[in-house]
Structures are given as C-alpha cells and as structure tokens.
Ligand binder design. Structure first.
Ligand code: C2E
Ligand code: CA
Ligand code: CA
Ligand code: CA
Length: 279
C-alpha cells in the first residue's frame, strides 16, 4: 500500500509540475478546486492580535487523490520524507507560495508574509539555501516576505548544521519561525543561538487555554520567554473568543486559527485583503 501511495504521489508531483509548464490556466481564472491527481496549496491567515489585521499566511499543502479525494498532509508528508520525494515537493511548495505572495504584492494589496513549512529532510539538504534563493529570484518576491517554519526536533537533529543553515537563510533576508514550540525538546541554550524571529505556541497548549491552568502557565511562559529573547510570539489553533482574549490580555502578538479563518484557497485571501483595504 505504501508503494502504491508513493507511486501515486510521484505521479501527482509530475502532473502538478507539468501543468505549470503548459500554463494550464491559459489566462483564465484558476479553478478554486485543483483538478484531481494534483497538489495544491491552501493559505491560512495570520492575524495581529492587537489590531486584528491580516499580515501573513501559512501555506498548507493538499493532495487531491483521483480516488480518495483530498488527502491531508499528515497522511503523506511522512512517506514523502522517507522516500526523499519531499525535496522536489518542498521546492514546488516554496515556489508556488512565493509566486502567490508576489501576485498579491503586484496587485497592490497590503503586503503579506508567506510562511512555508520545511521538514527535516529538506532542511538537511545541502542545496536548500540555493533552492530558496532561486525561488525568490525567479518570482521576484523580496526575501523578507518569506518565512520558514521549522520544528525544534528538526533543529536538534544536527544542531551545528542547523544553526549554520539558519544563519545563511537569515543573511539572505528570509525569516525563521519555530513551529509547535514546546512539543519537542530543544534546550533553552540552543534556542538562544537560533537566528529566529518568531515562536509559535503549539495548538495542543491553546485548545484548553480557557479552562486549564497548566496550559495557561505554559502559554504565559512561552510568551515571556519569547519576548525576553526579542522574538514575536504567535499562537496557532485559536478557535474561540475566550482563547483569543486570554492571549491578547497576556501580550501574545499574533494568532492563527479557525476563529479568524481555516486554511482557504488563494482567491479567498485576495478577497480578505481587498475588504481590509476598504476599511
Ligand atoms: P502545522 O504546521 O502545525 O500546521 C497547523 C495545522 O493545524 C494545519 O493542519 C492546519 O490546517 C491546522 N489548523 C489551523 N487552524 C486550526 C484550528 O483552529 N484548530 C485546529 N484543530 N487545527 C487548526 P494541516 O493543514 O492538516 O497540516 C498538518 C501538518 O502537515 C502541518 O502542521 C505541517 O507539519 C505539515 N504540512 C502541511 N503543509 C506542509 C508543507 O507544505 N510542507 C511540509 N513539509 N509540511 C507540511
Ligand atoms: Ca506550521
Ligand atoms: Ca503546529
Ligand atoms: Ca506540526
């Protein structure tokens, strides 16, 4: 079953890439739903907690399988990593996200940052920095508009190499965020040497924020740790007004979650940005 899935995934990546070289849309508006057998990206808004402004999006991959319908990333990213397919797939994600972010800029909408998830295998690849530089160059997106989300466990696999790679990316102007913060175990001294700009509080700590004093303690600790290290702090998985109010009252900077919006197609983000500009 794994082999079949891997074959399907390879084919989907080839088809997705081939569509682009043939310019499948032919000047027409792209379909809201990607055709079957392809990958596509959804974008989830990141919002400034204090002002409520949409300032960024996280790109999240989806696979539309010809028979099984939409396959969530949890079901295929692991296999893509194991097989090495993640390198090509990840490059497609970076290029697609950069191209989309540049389209929003060119349309004169409020400039957004676009965050892309980078997995361990991708991060360990020597050419990662070149690939990202190439995506930025080819799309024209300013490097400061690209943010990479990496997990603590990824960084701890080879600490020195990870720090070196992060420095190169930072020098290029790309920002880095630690995803799922608190679920892995990076030592606090390692955290100090990471050239990052944002800590993301994992959604497992946000879920029971209104009722669990333990989760409140963890959220408060991450916010104050982040701020002491001059980092911004974002909470993911914010679903309720109570969670948002707690985070706002306790000085968290940004939020992401179903309360504001689930991940949506690029066209919906365009509409949100247009509405925001009319305000
Ligand atoms: P993640 O990076 O931690 O992404 C957050 C996940 O939480 C996303 O699931 C998102 O749809 C979901 N989410 C957003 N708001 C809420 C909320 O309010 N409540 C709840 N319960 N969930 C919310 P998704 O899209 O299924 O992605 C799952 C994971 O797959 C991601 O976790 C990330 O680790 C990985 N992933 C997604 N896209 C990519 C990609 O392009 N490349 C790589 N390497 N990994 C990806
Ligand atoms: Ca993420
Ligand atoms: Ca997460
Ligand atoms: Ca995750």
């Amino acid at each position: 079953a794994k082999l079949v899935m891997l074959e399907d995934m390879r084919r989907a990546l080839d088809t997705t890439l081939a569509d682009e070289t043939h310019d499948a849309t032919d000047g027409q508006a792209p379909a809201l739903q990607a055709p079957a057998g392809r990958f596509h990206l959804l974008y989830q808004p990141k919002v400034d907690l204090r002002t409520g402004r949409l300032f960024g999006v996280e790109a999240l991959i989806r696979w539309r399988h010809p028979e099984h319908g939409i396959v969530p990333p949890m079901r295929f990213i692991g296999l893509a990593e194991e097989s090495g397919l993640i390198v090509g797939l990840g490059e497609w994600v970076v290029r697609t996200a950069c191209r989309q972010a540049q389209l929003w800029r060119a349309a004169g909408l409020d400039p957004l940052t676009v965050s892309v998830n980078v997995s361990a295998r991708q991060f360990e690849e020597k050419r990662l920095v070149d690939r990202i530089a190439g995506a930025l160059r080819d799309t024209g997106l300013p490097p400061c508009a690209l943010d990479l989300e990496v997990t603590e466990s990824l960084l701890m696999r080879d600490l020195n190499q990870a720090i070196e790679r992060m420095r190169e990316l930072k020098e290029m102007g790309v920002t880095l965020s630690i995803d799922d913060f608190g679920t892995g175990y990076s030592s606090l001294s390692a955290l100090k040497s990471f050239p990052i700009s944002t800590l993301k509080i994992d959604k497992s700590f946000v879920r029971d924020l209104a009722s669990s004093s333990d989760d409140q303690a963890i959220a408060l600790a991450v916010i104050s740790l982040g701020h002491r290290l001059h980092l911004r702090v974002i909470a993911e998985g914010v679903e309720t007004v109570e969670q948002r109010d707690f985070l706002l009252a306790n000085d968290c900077d940004e939020m992401q979650g179903y309360l504001f919006s689930p991940p949506v197609p690029a066209e919906r983000i365009t509409e949100m940005l247009q509405a925001q500009q009319r305000q």
